[in-house]
Ligand binder design. Structure first.
Ligand SMILES: [Mn+2]
Length: 395
């Protein structure tokens, strides 16, 4: 804890001396939005300007676009730690300074351009002790008094199952002290945001819908500005959810009509532009829904493709033609994976994506990637090859 506190204080001192406009790069889910809300609260107080840049994923083409703006300093919030090596390359190339504040599995980098404040590097567990927004709160707390944003860290932490513990309790205690959050103990502990009259979990789901489904319609930036004014647009989220529901029905009809393609250990489909206008996380949510349907082979990996939009809101267009890939494991297959009989989705997806020139991440039962357009068939082929050769240890 001491080493972590020390580095937080050091980086906070540095940020206090920054000038100009800071690029706030953040993830499109509730945790990312809340982290950005906390950072904005602090930067406004220090008098620093900022530019909000919400991204769905880290990909070299997206990083290139981010660092081609004339900004010199960036905060990466709730995203970036696992691809710190890619960020290092682009930061060194463009001469920019990057502070990564994230809780996903980190890649260690040494660079005078990049500091990775991931608490995992200081002995904490990212999936248990600390959310991205808590990590951001702990840093910003060293810059300004941001207690009025502590509730956002509580909401951001809702993605971590169970009661808040370890570092996540620090913003919780601050928020309780100033009366923004109430701890309600029942069968399950719930954290109630008093001035919104809603539990944290409800606020968290709402924010994730606005950020991800509303990604191409300015959802994330509006949500962050709203957060700093202690507001959430519940009506907008409901509208987006309805729209998504009808799109899902359209996609389900399409798949029932055209059938899934079966190849080796994989069942797959391609939605091309059907989800255009929705954030690319939508295909992941759709795959999850689909994996419970009777048309699904319970023993095969489910892979969905959709075209990835070239425009990154607020930034411009990426050069490359890309495809978003989502992988889910149906229930039966998940059991095999748990028993060690089949490889986890994350390893298969990452390896296959990298081999075709893309990037991926995820966990045992759900993973995603961005690959070059036209490489879908190769991706499936490599994916199958790795499963076939699974006796050899996977990377
Ligand atoms: Mn997070």
């Amino acid at each position: 804890m001491e080493i972590y506190s020390k580095i937080l204080r050091e980086v906070a001192e540095e940020i206090k001396n920054w000038s100009g406009t800071v690029g706030i790069v953040f993830h499109d889910d509730a945790d990312g939005l809340c982290a950005a809300g906390i950072a904005v609260t602090a930067l406004k107080k220090t008098g620093l300007n900022y530019k909000l840049i919400c991204i769905e994923k880290i990909h070299p083409a997206i990083l290139k676009l981010i660092h081609s703006t004339n900004l010199e300093r960036y905060l990466y919030l709730d995203i970036g730690s696992g691809k710190a090596d890619l960020i290092k390359n682009i930061a060194e190339e463009s001469g920019s300074r990057v502070v990564i504040v994230d809780h996903h599995d980190p890649v260690k980098v040494e660079s005078k351009n990049v500091v990775n404040l991931n608490p995992e590097l200081y002995g904490f567990r990212g999936e248990r002790d600390v959310s991205g927004s808590t990590a951001t709160y702990l840093l910003m707390k060293n810059i300004e008094d941001v207690r009025e944003s502590a509730w956002m860290a509580v909401v951001g932490s809702a993605e971590i199952p169970g009661e808040l513990e370890s570092l996540n309790k620090i913003p919780l205690e601050d928020a309780v002290k100033i009366g923004d959050v109430e701890v309600r103990r029942g069968r399950e502990t719930s954290y109630y945001i008093s001035f919104l009259d809603k539990p944290w979990s409800k606020i968290s789901t709402t924010l994730t819908i606005i950020g991800s489904v509303g990604y191409y319609r300015g959802g994330p930036n509006k949500a962050v500005e709203n957060l700093t004014q202690r507001k959430i647009d519940f009506v907008e989220a409901e509208k987006l959810e309805e729209e998504r529901k009808s799109k899902f029905n359209q996609a389900l009809n399409y798949i029932s009509r055209t059938r899934l393609k079966i190849e080796g250990f994989v069942q797959w489909f391609h939605l091309e532009n059907m989800f255009k206008g929705f954030g690319s996380k939508t295909i992941g949510t759709f795959c999850s829904t689909l994996s419970y349907k009777s048309i699904i082979d319970q023993e095969k990996y489910l892979v969905g493709f959709m075209n990835f939009e070239k425009s990154i809101p607020g930034l411009g267009e990426i050069q490359d033609e890309l495809v978003k890939v989502s992988v889910r494991t149906p229930r039966k297959l998940s059991e095999y994976i748990e028993a060690g009989r089949m490889p986890p989705a994350s390893k298969l997806t990452m390896k296959s994506a990298e081999t075709v020139g893309g990037t991926g991440d995820g966990h045992s039962f759900a993973a995603s990637a961005i690959i070059p357009s036209g490489k879908e068939r190769d991706f499936i082929k490599i994916f199958n090859n790795i499963v076939e050769n699974r006796q050899t240890p996977l990377l």
